[in-house]
Design a protein around this ligand. Structure first.
Ligand SMILES: Cc1cc2nc3c(=O)[nH]c(=O)nc-3n(C[C@H](O)[C@H](O)[C@H](O)COP(=O)(O)O)c2cc1C
Ligand code: SF4
Length: 429
């Protein structure tokens, strides 16, 4: 497909609820916020999003957010932007104001809790729909992530009804804060083996109460949260959902099973659905090394045929592949996550027929590894990533003189097949 045709497909505006999007490019959610120690937005948070808004994106979905007390406690990293307390509202408004200057809407992604991927604390075991842990085989990690022997999480406790209802209530309260802070909407995320996704499929949900069994029951937590937000904020506030669209586990329910649950979520009144491929057990399908996930496997088509709401499709980095999704009507919007770290000008280039000039993400996931090791966010191919707020010509803070060599050593050793192979052999002995 030629760049002009790509530009034409991406340039079509779209209205979600009453929110006008200038084009079909969405920045996907990423925990790349660089918040303050207290969990509020920093100058870097604002500059990071502002650069992407200036870069012409149609809508930003901000990730790395905690909306509930439990998710704050069990977040794997300490990089969460907090929506769980009113005190953060004035600074969150600064983020919204910064992107609104460019006419770009911003949505807050709420992950209720980290569930099976959470960090247990003293007297606070991890919880999930049912006591099923996550087993990630060594060969299912995304490119660049070498984990000898794979990863096995501890077995979670089955969440009580009270714990589920607390999550629902706290997410509704957090949505009210997002609204007060001038954010354009919220996205409730049930994906990637986190707490919410464990309810969606019989493989991970063995409950016999009102949150388990039928597809309607497995959708209940999402439905309750969405209905609760609607009751507080009315029909006009944008409420989207991000859902595990298929876990790609053969003994699970397949895309048709997930889409059946999604129908109940649609009936609850969502404005869009973002499709998330895979789960931690099949993590290589989420931060995929190649285009085609959700499209070549037929998952997007299954959802397209089952639902009427606008769909967000991810994972297509090549402009022509992404544009084809729009052309075929398999998705209404394309989400770019890593590509937005690699090139904040991605949207402007796509929209102006300069898609060949886009700085391409290498899909080697150094950014993900940095996040896992708690390092400041950077990108291999974009030297300005993570430094958007730094004044031109100013020196890095003194702490970076110590941090940078340590980071390089850690990334080098853990990224070396030889070193990690040796570690694997020693573990087996
Ligand atoms: C550094 C980084 C942080 C991420 N944080 C989140 C997050 O907070 N919430 C979320 O739903 N997905 C998160 N993701 C996953 C992305 O939204 C997306 O699913 C994934 O990067 C694949 O899309 P892409 O090929 O466009 O990068 C993160 C990805 C990266 C690279
Ligand atoms: S570090 Fe940059 S180039 Fe590498 S995967 Fe992340 S976004 Fe892409």
């Amino acid at each position: 497909m030629d760049p002009e045709r790509i530009a034409a497909l991406f340039s079509k505006p779209l209205t979600i609820n009453k929110l006008g999007l200038a084009n079909r490019v969405v920045m996907g959610p990423m925990a790349a916020n660089a918040p303050t120690k207290a969990g509020g937005p920093s100058d870097q948070t604002i500059a990071f999003y502002e650069a992407r808004a200036k870069g012409g994106v149609g809508m930003i979905i901000a990730g790395g957010i905690v909306a509930t007390k439990r998710s704050l406690a069990e977040a794997p990293g300490k990089t969460s932007l907090r929506f769980d307390e009113d005190e953060f509202i004035p600074d969150l408004r600064r983020v919204a104001d910064a992107v609104h200057k460019y006419g770009v809407p911003i949505i807050a992604e709420f992950i209720p809790g980290f569930g099976r991927m959470g960090r247990p604390g003293r007297g606070r075991p991890i919880i999930s729909a049912s006591p099923k842990n996550v087993v990630i085989p060594e060969d299912r990690f995304p490119a660049g992530m070498l984990v000898p022997g794979g990863q096995v999480t501890s077995v979670p406790d089955e969440a009580t009804i009270e714990e589920i209802e607390t999550y629902e209530r706290e997410m509704i309260d957090a949505a009210v804060r997002a609204h007060k802070a001038g954010w354009d909407g919220v996205e409730i995320a049930f994906h990637m083996s986190y707490f919410g996704s464990s309810f969606l499929a019989p493989r991970t949900n063995w409950r016999t109460d009102r949150y388990g069994g039928s597809a309607e029951n497995r959708a209940r937590m999402l439905v309750n949260t969405i209905s609760g937000i609607r009751q507080k904020l009315g029909r006009d506030y944008v409420v989207g959902a991000r859902m595990q669209a298929d876990d790609y586990i053969p003994e699970s329910q397949g895309a048709a099973g997930f889409a059946e649950v999604a129908k109940f979520v649609e009936q609850a009144g969502i404005d869009y659905l973002a499709l998330s491929p895979g789960c931690y057990e099949t993590m290589d399908t989420n931060c995929a090394a190649k285009d085609g996930v959700l499209v070549k496997d037929g998952v997007a088509r299954t959802f397209r045929e089952a639902l009427k709401v606008p769909l967000i499709v991810q994972g297509q980095h090549k402009p022509a592949n992404a544009a084809e999704v729009l052309e075929q009507g398999l998705g209404d919007l394309i989400s770019f996550a890593r590509p937005m770290l690699a090139d904040p000008e991605l949207a402007n280039k796509l929209l102006s027929g300069r898609s060949d000039d886009i700085v391409r993400c290498d899909r080697q996931n150094t950014c993900v590894r940095r996040m896992i090791f708690g390092m400041e966010m950077r990108c291999t191919v974009n030297p300005t990533m993570g430094l958007e707020s730094r004044k031109p010509g100013s020196l890095p803070p003194a702490r970076r003189l110590i941090q940078v060599p340590i980071e390089n050593a850690v990334l080098g050793l853990t990224g070396s097949k030889a070193v990690m192979g040796l570690v694997g052999k020693m573990m087996k002995k």
